[in-house]
Design a binder for this molecule. Structure first.
Ligand code: FAD
Length: 484
């Protein structure tokens, strides 16, 4: 079975000529792609492991066209796969192998409808790239804090659908906490206008939260009201070599104590991950003479008038040295150095991709368990596959590790032969420690069954009831997140 086959055997009709004509009438020629070369970019995911086929790729321009397209497909019984920037890491935006589904690309819904600096809100359409949304906020003197390595390509709609995290969660929370209102096209084509911009709204169920993190299985997000924050033009950034993972966690406590809400990012990078970055990402250079097993990237941020962040950072690092938690530290002295340090963290995904096949795990654990988890699981994985490379990095301030694996240098593909066994070890240990097997990437098809196995029947029943109520015919991104 390929990962995109519908394991329940649900069969939806292929696109008929009548449906195609109706879609063309509504969306126009540029809104309906059917030629193999035109649809190809929408059929494979960023990791290159998920491939599908489609009857067509639909590219509506606005909410009314999304509504039309969804209604026409629903009436014809054709399944739809919403897609934003196609940077998701769990196969959620890839159609199945049948060729009977359509991809519904939101990429042309790119309007910034409003930026309201006084209210600290911004209303943007789903296809706006995250980087563009951040720039629009900055142009109005505000900060939209969601930030991640894929921000040039991923979209606000995809960020909402995956409840994306990234490097600023420590201070600002995940996407769920950054959304005030939503506009959604429901699976029958009706538009729900929930574009509310108020911070307090206790009028019953918080319906918007259902669509956040639903990975396009309950409806299509077309626009959102997002929260904005004061900018943090002053920054202090350092690259640290903590003694070990426990020490990295202890340094986080020191930073929290001294910097409080000015601590904006705290990221972990293993030596293996750094080695890949240094080998593949131009412009990177190890700031230390000696190798260390672990590194942490810390950043403090504040308004221009804030007291000297460098002083707070230096005092924190001084305490960490005194308590023997820290072996070395390099503090950025300007923008170029700051960017160079960030490149060593944000280049890991691309660098690992250059090293051949990988298995990606995106786990969270109680933060005090991270060191024991890394030691224990590392030992077990090395026993299963000698030479395996553990490309561990991530948002350690949130207890979130990207516990990624690459195969041995001389036989990278050996990894994939043992995929199930290796992943079982990781998931078993995460479950034993009360963690989660998907911290921020979602489930898609890759983690759907593993997540179901870890949840009780009661929770699954609730999830199926929600899906059944909103999408009774099961045409909205079928086979993703949960089996119905
Ligand atoms: C280099 C790199 C770094 C990354 N770093 C991070 C990180 O730090 N944190 C993090 O959380 N993720 C990260 N990701 C993963 C990815 O970028 C996020 O999941 C992102 O939110 C996906 O957005 P997208 O627009 O690309 O969505 P897509 O990949 O197109 O879709 C993802 C899911 O959302 C659904 N969807 C998309 N748009 C809509 C919509 N408008 N309405 C309804 N459903 C929709 C799709 O059906 C699919 O299920 C990274 C990825 C890469 C390649």
């Amino acid at each position: 079975m390929t990962p995109t086959d519908d394991p329940r055997g649900h069969v939806t009709p292929a696109l008929t000529d009548g449906l195609l004509r109706a879609l063309l009438d509504s969306l126009g020629r540029s809104g309906v792609l059917t030629e193999p070369d035109d649809v190809a970019p929408y059929l494979t995911d960023w990791t290159g492991t998920h491939h599908g086929r489609v009857g067509a790729v639909l590219r509506p321009r606005d909410t009314a066209q999304v509504s039309d397209a969804v209604r026409l497909c629903a009436e014809a019984g054709v399944a739809m796969v919403p897609q934003g920037g196609n940077t998701g890491l769990c196969g959620g935006a890839t159609p199945d192998a049948s060729g009977r589904q359509v991809v519904l690309s939101l990429g042309r819904l790119r309007r910034i409808r409003e930026v309201d600096p006084a209210a600290d809100t911004m209303t943007v359409e789903a296809g706006v790239p995250l980087a563009t949304a951040r720039e629009a906020a900055a142009a109005a003197g505000r900060l939209f804090p969601l930030s991640m390595g894929s921000e040039g390509s991923c979209t606000i709609g995809g960020n909402i659908a995956t409840n994306a995290g990234g490097t600023a969660v420590l201070r600002y929370g995940m996407m769920r906490e950054l959304v005030l209102g939503l506009e959604v096209v429901l699976p029958d084509g009706r538009v729900w206008d929930g574009l509310r911009a108020v911070r307090k709204d206790n009028t019953g169920y918080d319906v918007k939260q259902l669509f956040i993190g639903a990975e396009g299985t309950l409806g299509v997000v077309t626009a959102a009201v997002l929260r904005l924050f004061p900018q943090t033009p002053c920054r202090a950034t350092a690259w640290l070599a903590p003694r070990d993972v426990d020490a990295a966690v202890a340094i986080l406590s020191v930073l929290r104590e001294r910097a409080a809400e000015r601590l904006t990012a705290y990221e972990l990078v293993s030596r293996q991950a750094l080695d890949m970055v240094l080998a593949h990402v131009p412009g990177t250079r190890d700031p230390f003479r000696e190798n260390h097993p672990w590194y942490a990237l810390v950043e403090l941020g504040g308004p221009a008038a804030a007291e000297d962040l460098d002083t707070v950072l230096e005092a924190s690092l001084g305490e960490a040295f005194e308590r023997d938690l820290l072996v070395d530290a390099a503090v950025a002295t300007g923008t170029a150095q700051r960017e160079a340090l960030w490149l060593m963290r944000e280049g890991v995904s691309e660098a690992q991709r250059s090293e051949g096949p990988s298995i990606k795990h995106d786990v969270t654990l109680p933060i005090g368990d991270l060191a024991a988890f890394v030691a224990d699981v590392g030992t077990r994985l090395r026993a299963l596959l000698p030479g395996i490379r553990l490309v561990t990095y991530g948002h350690v301030g949130d207890g979130n590790l990207h516990y990624n694996l690459s195969g041995p240098v001389d036989d990278p593909s050996a990894l994939l032969v043992l995929r199930d066994e290796l992943t079982a070890v990781v998931y078993e240990r995460v479950a034993q420690r009360g963690g989660s097997i998907s911290a921020e990437h979602g489930l898609g098809t890759t983690k759907r069954d593993a997540a179901a196995a870890l949840k009780g029947e009661v929770e699954l029943d609730v999830a199926r009831a929600v899906k059944g109520a909103l999408d009774p015919t099961g045409l909205m991104n079928p086979g993703k997140v949960l089996l119905t």
